[in-house]
Design a protein around this ligand. Structure first.
Ligand SMILES: *Cc1c(COP(=O)(O)O)cnc(C)c1O
Length: 489
């Protein structure tokens, strides 16, 4: 595909400016360029076609199946986009909340923030929620900072966080950024946390334990209550990485399982597309122990008896908890993402959210049942919303690797599952179909993977050469990461 610079034709214009109807005011000479900027010269139609073609080379949930494990690439209903585009919210300037007149204009947005926090608290069994963190990892960091603030306040001297080896890499990173040492606990052969190893590393220096449940092997931790009890006996707090909430939403609540603090990924579970560095939201939820330390300011509801007579009367105001760790994001976090989540939760309701997790788990297990004849599950049983396969036999017997299968899927119109994560599984392939996919799509995907497994035996070379039907073939991904060059010369 030609670059826009290669489409340039001297003298072509996409826009014509109206003739000046005010006197010309020349710019100071020292601010003027010596040479004109090397901009592409193209017509409006050239621009429209160029960027339309470019967009069609993109791969997204709205165009194709995208079973990227751990990422919950589900379809996000356009209804939530329409709500977020509502001018009454969209056009609010965040600085309005800092002026008395603007404050009144923010009451609707404050209501959304307040109500979304209440809904998330209800879904998770947490006492309070703050929408400030702007990504999952940012929610983790906030949560760990809350744990640190709690222990500091109590006079505890604790410097360690325990994290299982199956955790997402952001968990140890967040703990380390917050100043903690990280102790890793291995997984048992069945893919869940190795309880005896956990017991061994737990001591009075442990400030917190970070768990993902279901974990990044797709398995529910059966001993989660036991782990919570042990952690609490050691005066450690239990953190819930809520990125996999899609698997349990409406079925059970982290707060009821004994967790003290958690984050949500609104951009996985609650109607915001995920990936490509777009805006996200990682609200943090806390139980009684950590509520006093939450980031501020918080939106609080004004008791109707105490409402001051304004026009309109303020129903919500801002207040910062006394022991707050302070601000961790500008303004109120990514408000528009919260707005999508609010619309989504209200549209689905409790029954709808229960259906989300039921279908997420059903879809993953349906795929696993179909794929088992050719691919080996990494663990014997218990997969919830995603399943992890190991292609180690393919690698040793046929020299066909997870990356080859992933690339072959691209040729067949599917986004590849996550490969080489979790790190605990050799040649891993992690498939998360999500609840929004039909049986028709799941069958087409299973058929493609079974056909690829057959091809691996008949003609492995064909897989090494995949993808063959995309604009670019096999990329040198290491070179692309280490010697990134995005300039056009
Ligand atoms: C996605 C994910 C995260 C991090 O979330 P970001 O929003 O990408 O920062 C953390 N833990 C798990 C298990 C995840 O899947």
């Amino acid at each position: 595909m030609e670059l826009i610079f290669e489409k340039t034709r001297s003298g072509r214009r996409g826009v014509t400016l109206d003739p000046l109807d005010v006197p010309e005011a020349p710019l100071p000479a020292e601010l003027l360029r010596g040479d004109p900027a090397p901009l592409p010269e193209v017509s409006e139609l050239d621009v429209v076609r160029h960027f339309t073609h470019l967009s069609q080379r993109n791969f997204g949930v709205d165009s194709n199946f995208y079973p990227l494990g751990s990422c919950t690439m589900k379809y996000n209903p356009k209804m939530a986009e329409a709500v977020a585009a509502n001018a009454g919210f969209r056009d609010l300037h965040p600085h309005l909340a800092t002026t008395p007149a603007g404050y009144a204009c923010c009451q609707g947005a404050f209501e959304v923030i307040y109500e979304t926090e209440r809904l998330l608290a209800g879904i998770s069994g947490m006492r309070e929620v703050s929408l400030q963190p702007i990504a999952g990892a940012h929610g983790e960091l906030t949560g760990v900072l809350l744990i640190a603030a709690y222990h500091r306040d109590k006079g505890h001297r604790k410097d360690t966080i325990i994290i299982p080896d199956s955790a997402h890499g952001t968990n140890p990173a967040s703990a380390a950024i917050a100043g903690f040492k990280v102790l890793q606990v291995p997984s048992a052969p069945d893919g869940t946390i190795h309880l005896d190893s956990f017991r061994k590393v737990l001591n009075e220096n442990v400030a917190g334990v970070m768990l993902t449940c279901p974990n990044t092997h797709g398995l529910f931790e059966p001993e989660v209550r036991k782990i919570a009890d042990l952690a609490h006996q050691a005066d450690a707090l239990l953190y819930y990485d809520g990125a996999n909430l899609n698997a349990i939403i409406g079925q059970c609540r982290p707060g009821d399982l004994g967790f003290d603090v958690m984050h949500f990924n609104l951009h996985k579970t609650f109607a915001t597309p995920h990936g490509m560095g777009g805006p996200g939201s990682g609200p943090v939820g806390v139980g009684d122990k950590l509520a006093p330390y939450l980031p501020g300011p918080r939106v609080v509801k004004v008791d109707s008896a105490n409402r001051s007579a304004g026009i309109p009367p303020a129903s919500y105001k801002l207040a910062t908890p006394e022991k707050s760790i302070g601000r961790i994001a500008p303004f109120f976090g990514n408000f528009m993402i919260a707005l999508r989540a609010y619309a989504y939760i209200l549209a689905l309701g409790g029954d709808g959210l229960r259906e989300v997790s039921r279908h997420a788990v059903l879809n993953a297990n349906y795929l696993l049942a179909r794929l088992k004849q050719a691919y080996k599950p990494a663990f014997p049983s218990g997969f919830m919303h995603e399943c992890v396969l190991t292609l180690s036999d393919f690698a040793s017997e046929l020299d066909v690797h997870a990356i080859d299968v992933a690339k072959a899927l691209l040729d067949r119109g599917f986004h590849a599952p996550t490969v080489y994560f979790p790190l605990t599984v050799k040649e891993s392939m992690m498939i998360e179909p999500t609840e929004t996919e039909s049986k028709l799509t799941l069958d087409a995907f299973a058929d493609a993977l079974l056909e690829i497994a057959k091809l691996a035996r008949q003609n492995p070379q064909a897989l090494h050469e995949a993808p063959q039907h995309l604009p670019v073939g096999r990329l040198d991904e290491v070179k692309a990461a280490r010697e990134l060059n995005c300039t056009y010369i």
